[in-house]
Write a protein that binds this ligand. Structure first.
Ligand SMILES: Nc1ncnc2c1ncn2[C@@H]1O[C@H](COP(=O)(O)OP(=O)(O)OP(=O)(O)O)[C@@H](O)[C@H]1O
Ligand SMILES: [Mg+2]
Length: 277
């Protein structure tokens, strides 16, 4: 049994003119404990909608979502809320930290909803989590005094402090420079691997996606399996392998002579940015 199983999941919304917008048209996906999965796709293809369904923030219009074998449609609202808090950790592009609260208070916040040891030991547990993300000396610092990368580390500590089974990251490096983004992904990968959590990352950045064991593209409402490496780049709407680079250069989609193709992940990420611009 997989940890998460989506079978032919659709999501449609009714627009003000009474027409239906079909955002997801039949998404099928299995994610096991400990797996790292990346989903790419251009803006507006339904990536966040999919992540929200996985994280019990939204519900499918049709199809089945099994969480550890349990159909989530059958869960009561209360059970769904409890499982969302206990089983899922969310990381967003814009960090979403509570302003005017210290790093420690931000990371402690999810534990206020926990029980037993997690609740009573919340300050110690949150401090240890901040230590683990390299911010043990910034416990009392307010978010606006932290760099973007540090804020995202606090957000990661907050997402992981209850020991979720699944980490859902929606453009976690979207607001960070390439190097800081790489460090943040290292951290997410490491902690997910150490804790055995599944990690589902949504990103425009093909170099970030290339780190995952499995990669998909969301296009026209369905997930298409793809294979990326650190040199993959966008050509139009489609991530393309390095073998197609010459065609991309010809179409003036890539900077020439940068050596980015042979370089580390950062170089490839810069390439993806160029293509998007
Ligand atoms: N509740 C809603 N009502 C109407 N339209 C919606 C609703 N939710 C999402 N959409 C539309 O569905 C499409 C997919 O949205 P979604 O936010 O999932 O895209 P995305 O792939 O995450 O985009 P981005 O990369 O820009 O974050 C968009 O066109 C969006 O405007
Ligand atoms: Mg989105």
């Amino acid at each position: 049994m997989s940890l998460l199983e989506l079978a032919d999941v659709t999501r449609s919304v009714r627009l003000p003119d009474d027409s239906l917008l079909h955002i997801l048209r039949g998404v099928t996906l299995d994610v096991d404990a400990g797996e790292h999965v990346a989903i790419v796709g251009r803006s507006g293809t339904g990536k966040s909608t999919l992540l929200n369904i996985l994280g019990l923030l939204d519900a499918p219009t049709s199809g089945q979502y099994l969480l550890e074998g349990t159909p989530v449609q059958r869960l009561s609202n209360r059970t769904r809320t409890v499982r969302r808090g206990r089983d899922f950790g969310f990381v967003f592009q814009q960090f979403n930290l509570l302003p005017g609260r210290t790093a420690l208070e931000n990371v402690t916040a999810p534990l206020l909803y926990a029980r037993g040891r997690q609740f009573w030991g919340r300050t110690r547990i949150a401090a240890a989590m901040l230590e683990r993300v390299g911010l043990g000396d910034r416990l009392d610092t307010m978010p606006d005094k932290l760099s973007g990368g540090e804020q995202q580390r606090v957000a990661i500590a907050r997402a992981l402090v209850r020991g979720p089974r699944v980490i859902l990251a929606d453009e976690p490096t979207g607001a960070l420079d390439v190097e800081t983004g790489g460090e943040v992904m290292d951290l997410l990968d490491d902690i997910a691997s150490q804790t055995g959590a599944a990690l589902v990352t949504i990103t425009h950045d093909l170099a970030v996606a290339a780190r995952a064991e499995r990669q998909y593209r969301l296009a026209e409402g369905v997930l298409v399996p793809i294979t990326l490496d650190t040199a993959s780049h966008w050509v139009g709407d489609v991530p393309t392998q390095v073998a197609d680079r010459s065609a991309a250069v010809e179409r003036r989609l890539l900077p020439t002579g940068t050596g980015a193709v042979d370089g580390p992940a950062g170089g490839a990420s810069g390439t993806a940015e160029e293509v998007r611009a």
